[in-house]
Structures are given as C-alpha cells and as structure tokens.
Write a protein that binds this ligand. Structure first.
Ligand code: GUN
Length: 283
C-alpha cells in the first residue's frame, strides 16, 4: 500500500500552531515578526510563489512586505535596498526571490543579506554552518522535506538516499541534512552516467531536476520513499512534478503529490524561520 505524504495537510497543521503562537504574542504586546520579500522582474512562477508567501504570513498573523522592482534595476540599487532592510530593526527576515535577471550577480546579492536575517539559508555563512553540522538557518525546501519525513516517522538511518539535482537551493543542502540523519547519500545530476541504475538503488529518492515527469516507474525500487520537488507545466498546461506520479505510485511506499506535497512545506518553513529570527532578535 502506498501512503501519500500530504504536505498540504502537515503545512496547515504547522501554520495553525504558528497562528496560535502569534495570537499569544499579540496578547502579550510583543512585537510581531516581519518578513520582507524582494522580487525583481515579472517571472510568472516567482509572482505565484511570492503571493503564496504573503497569504501564509497573513494567515499566521505577522507582517509581510513585498518590494517589487523592474527587471532592469541596477545591481547597485538593489544592494542599496537590501541594505535598508538590513538596517531596519523591525525586519526579521529578508528573502530575495530567485531567479534574478541575468545581468545580476546572484552570489553578490545573496551575500549582501545580513546572515542573521537570511530566512532562505542561502548566505555562504549559513551554508557553511550547515556543512559543518551546526545549521543556523536552513534552506526552506530541504528543511520542509525533512519535516515532512519526520512527521510521517520515516527512519533515515543507514538508508540509501539518492538525490537527483545538485542545486544550491535543494540538492546540496538536502544532501547535508540527510547525512546528519545518518543516511548514505548519493547526489546525481544532469551529467551522471547510468542515472537509472543509481536511482533504482534508492530507499529514499529526492527529485529536483525541473524536468517534466522524467522519473518513471523503471527508475524506482519497490518500496522506495519518493519525494518530488518539481513544479512544471506539461504540454496541456497542467501542473506536474519531475516524477510521473501515476506510474510511480504503485511502486512507492510513500510519495509526495504535485501540487500539495513539498511546495506548502517550503512556505511553512519560511514562516517558521521568520518567527524564529524574531525570537532570537528579541532575546
Ligand atoms: N526560487 C525557487 N525556490 C526558491 C526559494 O526557496 N527561495 C528563493 N529565494 N527563491 C526561490
């Protein structure tokens, strides 16, 4: 029997808990957290993500501001705007929505966010903390996946976890979090030879490659836990993952749907980290 890893349900549970906590903060007259989201250009998917983040913050009950800039804004001007948010003591979390326009140096922009306000965990300092095993801020998608696996009590120790995709946002930080839970981790990517032979060995298969339904049943071992980070539109305009869900479903022991799997967990972890920053800031 296959169990669906219901990210939407778990995310709603966590958001309800956070909502209750914010009600208590309000009652005590405590300053509410504030998240600042920066979006540059008119990337459609980014607009959707940013709206979802705003709605979640509104539901939980803390402040969220969105700063939108045209795609031809100069890097210097953007850095100046980030610096204003760094200096603003009412702002607890800063997130720059990726991807940025091609003329910008993404690394330089991410480094300019104060590491203590970096709710994405993309600052090299925070990436470094994660690498040495003492994470301070976690990239939200891997953190959301770990929380989801934990809520379904999926044991990772000694398991072979195979990650498809080596991005800074998902693949690399995911590998570290799985290692910390004593999984044996293999990271594969677009240049990997014999990909199928490797994924067939996975007890836990995490897929983040951005290729519409690329992982079919023949890539998957019987009883594997399958986590799909993909979010793509197929030729009919339907939202689908990187995993061919209906094909893989009968083989998996647990599987995330798209939508309603990893996506809502990512947003919820962002909310949690923003609140956590406010807690630390006020200590
Ligand atoms: N673009 C796609 N995923 C993410 C994410 O987790 N954070 C940011 N900042 N941008 C993204």
């Amino acid at each position: 029997m296959t169990i669906v890893l219901d990210g939407k349900k778990i995310a709603e549970e966590i958001q309800r808990e956070l909502h209750e906590e914010m009600k208590d903060w309000k009652k005590c007259g405590k300053r509410l957290p504030k998240l600042a989201v920066i979006i540059v250009g008119d990337h459609t998917a980014s607009q959707v993500y940013v709206n979802n983040k705003e709605n979640a913050a509104k539901y939980i009950g803390f402040h969220s501001i969105v700063k939108e800039f045209p795609k031809d804004i100069t890097e210097e001007k953007l850095l100046c705007e980030i610096d204003k948010l760094n200096q603003d003591s009412t702002v607890d979390g800063i997130l720059v929505q990726l991807p940025l326009p091609l003329h910008m140096d993404e690394e330089r922009v991410l480094v300019s966010i104060g590491p203590e306000k970096d709710v994405d965990g993309f600052h090299p300092l925070n990436m470094g903390h994660l690498l040495v095993g003492h994470p301070e801020k976690l990239p939200c998608t891997p953190y959301g996946i770990m929380t989801l696996l934990d809520r379904y009590q999926i044991d990772l120790e000694g398991k072979h976890a195979v990650i498809v995709g080596r991005s800074n946002i998902v693949g690399k930080p995911m590998s570290q979090l799985l290692l910390h839970q004593n999984a044996t981790v293999t990271v594969t990517h677009s240049k990997t030879k014999n990909l199928k032979e490797i994924t067939q060995q996975a007890d836990i298969l995490i897929v983040a490659i951005g290729q519409c339904e690329m992982i079919t049943a023949d890539f998957v071992k019987d009883g594997a836990v399958v986590v799909d980070v993909g979010m793509n539109r197929n030729s009919e305009g339907k939202l689908v993952g990187d995993v061919a869900y209906d094909d893989v479903f009968p083989k998996a022991s647990f599987i995330t749907p798209v939508p309603g799997g990893v996506g809502p967990m990512t947003i919820t972890m962002l909310m949690e980290q923003t609140i956590n920053n406010a807690r630390i800031g006020d200590r």
